[in-house]
Design a binder for this molecule. Structure first.
Ligand code: F0G
Length: 487
């Protein structure tokens, strides 16, 4: 096999420019609609970017979930899928891939990441338990709370700082972890959870050193250690780039080492292996048996777990591709380009650049919009209106209300602009930088949002909002004054 290399290529003038180390062989036409039509689409979508129709979107940067480009090898693998309810060869190929890439023997397929969270929460959380972790993810927290657990975030002091040069903001604070076990007692700690490339704080990785220390605490008290590996490929890439000890290691070695610390590893295949579905794996038959029958109950038979055999085949190939540095460096190198350019322009973005997306700090971007009026949601709506770029709110709208019905204000208000693997080009990335910068220069025109329809659970998905004033109309007028008839 040809040795893979990072997509971060040095140019002769010293600049680091990400280069697409793939060629485009199938394309999808995009539409850049006039600004008035984008405003109408945003109004129709209740100022929630989840409610938009992709026919109105130019660059869909909502998420990388299920939107990474699939490889030629993945697509072709789907043709040999073995249709069988039970015992499909497709499953055994996928099982083999999990064993080789993650080093775990017992494998359960599920229909996506949150299904794994449902199974793990049902199997291992009892009412009143706490679950310490580097940071929560929305669906993780929802499933844990549904099963009577309480999420405790024990991140380091650096984790929530927007501007930082700390390479591993996703680390767990070991002292706080010990404190949690002492306070609640080891029998009330369901398990410790670590999330690779910690999503909600800007795709920030943890180090191997930190995993080693977490493992020590887990061993000392006999507590289970669960790894959310949905973004493990990128985390492994950051370990190679940022942790001295691993600068010459192969990504495949780092992946195996990361998984070796955890008792249970679960993943959303929509992210890690660029297809659909998900999985749970472990080397403990006892833990496997605690989960197996829940998979049958909620997902489907244990050799398909709610997935089509075609998806399972593509998952197997995608897992092997996660060990390829060229594949997993693509999204981080484009993110780093966008973050560096925006930072140079003075736009507040999370640094160091992480995985998944470029994260814009909405509280600093829109200091005049109070958190109770959802600055990150407002910024997502405004950016779509002026550019056709769809980002995702990762702030208080993605949070919950407390028992009194008050918003639990998010620690950080971020607009996430996702870079699904091998989907966008450099000129599209330059367009993103330009439009975010234009919006920053005109930021005083952006106002807040208020809910008009608010679901009780995971409200950010289906909630509807409206602007607190006619700010969108004024924003469109300024856009037209500056750009004329250009879209
Ligand atoms: N864990 C992490 C770290 C995730 O980022 C996600 C999904 C899940 C679990 C749940 O997986 O969607 O397959 O059920 N993240 C997506 C996102 C939705 O856009 O960040 P799922």
């Amino acid at each position: 096999m040809t040795k893979s290399c990072s997509t971060e290529i040095k140019f002769s003038n010293g600049q680091k420019i990400p280069v697409e180390l793939h060629k485009v062989r199938m394309v999808q036409k995009l539409h850049l609609k006039p600004v008035e039509e984008r405003l109408a689409a945003m109004e129709k979508g209740g100022y929630n970017t989840f409610q938009l129709n992709t026919k109105d979107i130019f660059l869909d940067m909502l998420t990388d979930s299920g939107t990474n480009a699939m490889s030629d090898n993945q697509i072709s693998s789907m043709l040999r899928a073995d249709d069988a309810y039970a015992g499909s060869q497709s499953f055994y190929r996928m099982e083999e891939a999990v064993r080789e890439v993650f080093g775990k023997h017992w494998v359960l397929p599920v229909h996506q990441g949150r299904a794994a969270e449902n199974i793990i929460s049902q199997a291992f959380i009892k009412k009143g338990d706490v679950i310490p972790m580097n940071y929560h993810f929305t669906t993780t927290k929802a499933h844990m709370e549904l099963n009577g657990g309480e999420v405790l975030e024990i991140f380091t002091d650096e984790a929530l700082k927007i501007k930082s040069d700390v390479p591993f903001k996703g680390n767990i604070d070991i002292k706080k972890l010990e404190g949690v076990v002492e306070k609640y007692g080891k029998d009330n700690v369901a398990f410790i959870r670590m999330e690779a490339s910690t999503n909600l704080i800007g795709g920030q990785p943890f180090s191997i050193q930190n995993m080693r220390e977490v493992r020590k605490v887990a061993d000392k008290y006999g507590i289970m250690f669960v790894l959310d590996a949905s973004l493990i490929g990128e985390n492994a890439y950051f370990i190679k780039k940022r942790e001295e000890e691993f600068k010459n290691a192969e990504i495949s070695e780092i992946l195996l080492l990361m998984c070796s610390f955890a008792d249970v590893v679960y993943f959303s295949s929509r992210k890690v292996s660029s297809t659909r579905g998900g999985g749970i794996c472990t080397n403990s038959e006892e833990l496997f048996m605690k989960m197996r029958d829940l998979v049958v109950l909620f997902e489907g038979f244990v050799t398909y777990g709610g997935m089509s055999v075609r998806e399972i085949e593509a998952m197997a190939v995608g897992l092997y591709e996660t060990t390829d540095e060229t594949v997993i460096s693509q999204s981080p190198s484009f993110i780093e380009y966008a973050v560096t350019e925006l930072d140079k322009l003075g736009v507040p973005v999370v640094t160091p650049a992480g995985a998944l997306g470029c994260h814009v700090d909405a509280m600093d971007f829109l200091p005049h919009v109070p958190q109770s009026e959802y600055p990150a949601g407002a910024l997502a709506a405004a950016l779509f209106i002026i550019s056709g770029i769809r980002g995702m709110e990762r702030g208080t709208i993605s949070s919950v209300r407390d028992a009194e019905g008050n918003d639990v204000l998010a620690d950080v208000e971020l607009l996430r602009l996702a870079f699904p693997r091998r989907v966008f080009t450099l000129s599209q990335t330059m367009y993103v930088v330009d439009r975010v910068n234009w919006l920053y220069k005109n930021r005083e025109l952006v106002g807040g949002l208020v809910f008009t329809d608010e679901p009780a659970v995971l409200r950010f998905f289906n909630g509807r909002l409206k602007p607190t004033s006619d700010w969108p109309t004024k924003l469109v007028a300024k856009f037209k004054a500056d750009f004329g008839d250009s879209l």
